[in-house]
Ligand binder design. Structure first.
Ligand code: ADP
Ligand code: MG
Length: 240
């Protein structure tokens, strides 16, 4: 699969009169595991939804692989998103949940069988294919949500606080699983979190956001050692 870059150029977005993204400039390199870190309300989900195509910016450019996709509808963007709530279909089996996106895309039966099998194997859940979401643990549901997203082979993976519903121990374990999956697939990934430790221990590079503004972009060690302002110093430096 081709590795692609994601670039936000001078992106601004408002809800009504309130500007929530203020001149966002970020370039994410092909194949990078990039964390978007910031407190609640800083605009992380808004930016992620905008990249996915569920929000529309008022100005600026959004480029994937060098092409401006600002006006491409979500289902044509080849971008996969995992939500905090997982949003699995409760009445469908694990298998059908994962197959859903392929059915929608009118894939052949054989294609569906192969790809769903592979996605479930990738997350280690093939043996639970016949279960329903409420018969799974939180961590297993999270893996189904991930399988459902990677099965369509997106070029970009967007993760919006995917681990925040899990307890601390599982969160640490799943963090490593996510990272090793990302490394295997080599897929450009944007990982949103408000947990600085989660960002610091996983990201190749990261951006710290506050109040709709990107305060700093760099490697975890750069942000830790050379914060550009008080906010970054306090936010990145706080171990919890
Ligand atoms: P984060 O994900 O970092 O917690 P959000 O992107 O969800 O932040 O929210 C950024 C800001 O935009 C917040 O002030 C929030 O209240 C506001 N906001 C988010 N969604 C909407 C919406 N649909 N309508 C109006 N304001 C919104
Ligand atoms: Mg959010």
């Amino acid at each position: 699969m081709k590795k692609v870059s994601v670039e936000c150029r001078n992106i601004r977005m408002s809800y009504g009169k309130t500007e929530v993204l203020k001149d966002i400039n970020i370039t994410i390199e092909p194949g990078e595991f990039f964390a978007l870190l910031g407190p609640s309300g800083s605009g992380k989900s808004t930016l992620l939804r905008l990249i996915a195509g569920f929000n529309q910016h008022q100005s600026g450019q959004l480029l994937v692989d060098g092409q401006d996709i600002s006006h491409v509808p979500p289902h044509k963007r080849n971008i996969g998103m995992v939500f905090q709530s997982y949003a699995l279909w409760p009445h469908m089996t694990v298998w059908d949940n994962v197959a859903f996106g392929l059915v929608e895309r009118r894939a052949s039966r054989e294609d569906i069988r192969q790809k769903v099998t592979q996605a479930l194997e990738t997350v280690g859940l093939l043996h639970l294919a016949k279960r329903r979401p409420n018969e799974l643990s939180g961590g297993q549901q999270q893996r189904v949500a991930l399988a459902r997203t990677i099965v369509i082979e997106p070029q970009v993976l967007l993760l919006d606080e995917p681990l925040s519903n899990l307890d601390k121990n599982l969160r640490v374990q799943m963090r490593q699983e996510l990272l090793s999956l990302q490394r295997r697939l080599g897929i450009t990934t944007i990982f949103v979190t408000h947990d600085q430790e989660e960002a610091m221990t996983t990201a190749d590079r990261m951006a710290v956001m506050d109040q709709g503004v990107v305060q700093q972009v760099g490697s975890p060690s750069t942000l830790y050692d050379f914060p550009v302002n008080r906010f970054v110093a306090d936010f990145v430096g706080t171990m919890n």
